[in-house]
Design a binder for this molecule. Structure first.
Ligand SMILES: *[C@@H]1O[C@H](CO)[C@@H](O)[C@H](O)[C@H]1NC(C)=O
Ligand SMILES: *[C@@H]1O[C@H](CO)[C@@H](O)[C@H](O)[C@H]1NC(C)=O
Ligand SMILES: *[C@@H]1O[C@H](CO)[C@@H](O)[C@H](O)[C@H]1NC(C)=O
Ligand SMILES: *[C@@H]1O[C@H](CO)[C@@H](O)[C@H](O)[C@H]1NC(C)=O
Length: 485
């Protein structure tokens, strides 16, 4: 049985059984080769300590006990460092007992309380947003000794950031019914929207702030889904969201256009030779046909065997061809070890108590992926067009990413149908530096109206981890409306 299967089997067992297993092999972990994201496979032993109880905030909201809800949601002390934050569960479907877990960081700088609020969504399907928090741009970094320190260039320094484990079944979020899992992006949008409107009722002082949906990778589908849902529902909603736009990093948005770019990309970066390129092109041609025939699961399986290597039990073509398991950055063959520390950290009993998850399972997301299998290869392009016509949109890529490589994004963007489409095709590209006096160029930007396409140099899929200063500068230029030019 592969490590993957061991991991998945494990998560179906109770924490008690897990503990036993962890005693036998506490050091066990697998290199993550999951789909567009990290999955967490480890739940730390309870070691007799009390993890507290999960905090469900919806009942407080319903009885009007807003102050109590806010007070209770304050996160307790973490080992190592502390900033003010709130966390808990929002019930998004009572029939199935579906609950989304959130962790909210008000902007650290006191002058920034009216700064935009960002929603962050990890990809996957099934990737926990705790990854974005602890590995990419939250205020904390986790050390090997399972304590935290403060991050330089945290996005939450200047902006308020709301991390949500999405959809239900991801990370600490859960549902009690098989029917509660999202099967498409409408389901994703609906549940997230419920969580957001509840959030803004519990934290009404942020409701008038500008709101942006952001995320990466497979969240290239989630982010347009929630954005479009807000766009549709806001005009008649009781709880309005001051929605201004969205940002998508290395996002899978339009597989039909994107798939055909891999052969050339892998070849031009020297990762495969001519014969191997012919194979990739032949495979992706079949993949595109399968998509056109709406054979979604078959198209996914082809992609999985070729590159993704997630559900398929054998090494992918990419792994066999390159000898590398990491497709997040082609300069790094294996994934950095420190990107895994957080999953052990968030499941320590003292941390569980502080962040209000009690003894609930920290899901690896495999159930989520199973339920979304027929969604993965579908496009969100029509939604993108509407959103680009009505809101501010940033689409960014890490130059060194493989799984959603920059040229693959470049390949689909000209095919988005919006009123700026013609202008986009002839828009000039500029390079930009974080400080004008820098010798190093941070990246490249193309702008049409309020649409920005950015490429950051020297970083891959996990972009703020690879390039924290450049990534912060990018999001800050976008959100502050300071821009690039
Ligand atoms: C979590 O705690 C509750 C209440 O103490 C208990 O009933 C339940 O079995 C525990 N769940 C796990 C997975 O240990
Ligand atoms: C944990 O590791 C960090 C980083 O190496 C270090 O600064 C800190 O002092 C360590 N904490 C403990 C309790 O060992
Ligand atoms: C990669 O190599 C393994 C071992 O030889 C093989 O089982 C697998 O089918 C290969 N993967 C692909 C996609 O060809
Ligand atoms: C592009 O969008 C416009 C406006 O919504 C619509 O009228 C047109 O049919 C669309 N074109 C294509 C090729 O989808």
């Amino acid at each position: 049985m592969s490590d993957v299967n061991v991991g998945r089997l494990l998560l179906r067992e109770s924490v008690g059984v897990l503990f036993l297993w962890l005693c036998l092999d506490s050091a066990h972990s697998r290199g993550c080769s999951a789909f567009f994201c990290r999955k967490s496979h480890r739940v730390s032993g309870l070691r007799g300590a009390d993890p507290g109880s999960p905090l469900f905030l919806t009942p407080y909201l319903e009885k009007g006990a807003i102050d109590e809800a806010r007070k209770l949601s304050e996160v307790g002390d973490l080992p190592g460092a502390n900033v003010k934050s709130h966390a808990g569960y929002l019930t998004v479907n009572k029939q199935y007992n579906s609950n989304l877990y959130f962790w909210f960081f008000p902007a650290l700088m006191p002058s920034q309380e009216k700064a935009p609020v960002l929603l962050w969504l990890q990809g996957g399907p099934g990737g926990t947003s705790m990854f974005g928090l602890f590995v990419e741009h939250g205020p904390y970094v986790v050390y090997k000794n399972l304590t935290v320190g403060l991050r330089d260039y945290a996005w939450s320094a200047r902006y308020s950031v709301l991390y949500i484990d999405n959809p239900v079944g991801t990370g600490f979020s859960f549902t009690d019914d098989d029917k509660g899992f999202a099967q498409n992006q409408d389901d994703v949008g609906r549940d997230l929207y419920s969580a957001l409107t509840q959030f803004f009722q519990i934290f009404p002082e942020y409701q008038s702030n500008e709101f942006y949906a952001t995320g990466e990778s497979y969240a290239g589908k989630y982010v347009p889904a929630i954005s479009y849902y807000i766009h549709k529902n806001n005009p008649t909603a009781k709880v309005k969201i001051n929605f201004k736009g969205m940002a998508i990093g290395d996002g899978l948005c339009d597989p039909e256009m994107m798939l055909g770019g891999y052969g050339e990309f892998l070849y031009q970066t020297g990762m495969i030779d001519e014969q191997q390129k012919q194979y990739v092109v032949q495979q992706t041609d079949i993949g595109v046909e399968l998509i056109q025939q709406q054979k979604w699961v078959e198209a996914f399986q082809l992609f999985d065997r070729l590159l993704n290597g997630d559900v398929d039990p054998y090494p992918s073509f990419f792994q066999n061809a390159t000898g590398c398991t990491n497709y997040y950055n082609y300069m790094t063959c294996q994934e950095p070890e420190d990107q895994e520390y957080f999953s052990q950290f968030v499941t320590l009993p003292a941390v569980r108590r502080a962040i209000h998850v009690g003894n609930l399972t920290f899901h690896d997301g495999s159930e989520v992926e199973k339920h979304l299998l027929q969604d993965v290869m579908k496009s969100v392009k029509p939604w993108l067009g509407v959103l680009m016509d009505n809101y501010r949109v940033l689409i960014y890529s890490g130059q060194l990413d493989v799984i959603v490589a920059a040229p693959i994004t470049e390949r689909f963007l000209p095919t988005v149908n919006w009123t700026g489409a013609a202008e986009y095709k002839t828009a000039p590209r500029y390079h930009w530096k974080v400080q004008p006096s820098d010798t190093e160029v941070a990246g490249y930007v193309r702008q049409v109206r309020e649409f920005y396409q950015v490429i950051i140099r020297g970083g891959g899929h996990i972009l703020p981890y690879d390039q924290p200063a450049r990534s912060f500068d990018m999001i800050d230029r976008f959100l502050s409306t300071r821009g690039w030019i």
